[in-house]
Design a protein around this ligand. Structure first.
Ligand code: GSH
Length: 212
């Protein structure tokens, strides 16, 4: 498997978390978002939306390119069910997916690079814009997690939701929103980052990471 990704792309990082938790090896292919490589013809052929991540797999002799981090998480879970990153119970699964979707469609798109660039072009304040959605989204996440969290965001073992949470909080800090504003989320982030797979998948541990 090849993962086209960028060290501090949150959506890429979700997939790296799942790969690490499942003990799957992959080839790391860096796509530099700051120099615009996501818009190059070669990458647009992989993902016409011009986003990372893209997971390239070989399926019955054919090469397939998968886009959208959450779809990729679902693919990995179906192909490599152990260890599971979704609970067994259908209601519990729906709740984990709900937490994921809050981050995937309710928070991250508002601070993605292209969104931030558009806010700047329109004369808005990108930091204030991002903070608004980060604070309201993370407050909702903290509230939803209250009754279902254990050591992790849902229960006692990592799920898709934790794969998304760690990069989401890193992204929040970049816009001046500290995890400490959300004590439960901060506690779960620390629990995740004390584990080897999450350390391996961390942005700062990637080959294209730039010290900040
Ligand atoms: N929903 C997509 C979002 C992908 C996405 O927003 N990727 C960002 C990095 S986290 C990206 O490639 N941004 C490039 C840009 O905005 O130009 C997914 O989950 O894969």
């Amino acid at each position: 498997m090849k993962l086209y990704n960028y060290w501090r792309s949150g959506a890429s990082w979700r997939v790296r978390n799942a790969l690490a938790l499942k003990g799957l090896s992959f080839e790391y292919v860096a796509v530099n978002l700051l120099s615009g490589e996501q818009h190059a013809t070669a990458h647009r052929a992989r993902n016409p939306a011009g986003y990372v991540p893209v997971l390239e797999i070989s399926e019955e002799g054919r090469v397939e390119q998968l886009t959208q981090s959450v779809a990729i998480l679902e693919y990995l879970e179906e192909m490599h069910p152990a260890p599971p990153l979704l609970p067994e119970n259908p209601v519990a699964r729906a709740k984990v997916r709900g937490l994921v979707e809050l981050m995937n469609s309710g928070i991250q798109p508002f601070h993605n690079l292209s969104t931030i660039n558009s806010v700047k072009e329109l004369g808005g304040d990108p930091k204030l814009w991002a903070q608004k959605y980060l604070r309201s989204g993370l407050a909702a996440l903290e509230q939803l997690a209250g009754p279902v969290a254990g050591q992790f965001l849902f229960g006692e073992s990592p799920t898709f939701a934790d794969c998304c949470l760690v990069p989401q909080l890193y992204g929040a800090r970049r816009f001046g929103v500290e995890a400490q504003e959300f004590p439960l989320l901060a506690r779960i982030e620390a629990a995740c980052l004390s584990r080897e797979p999450f350390k391996r998948a961390h942005a700062d541990a990637q080959p294209d990471a730039v010290p900040v």
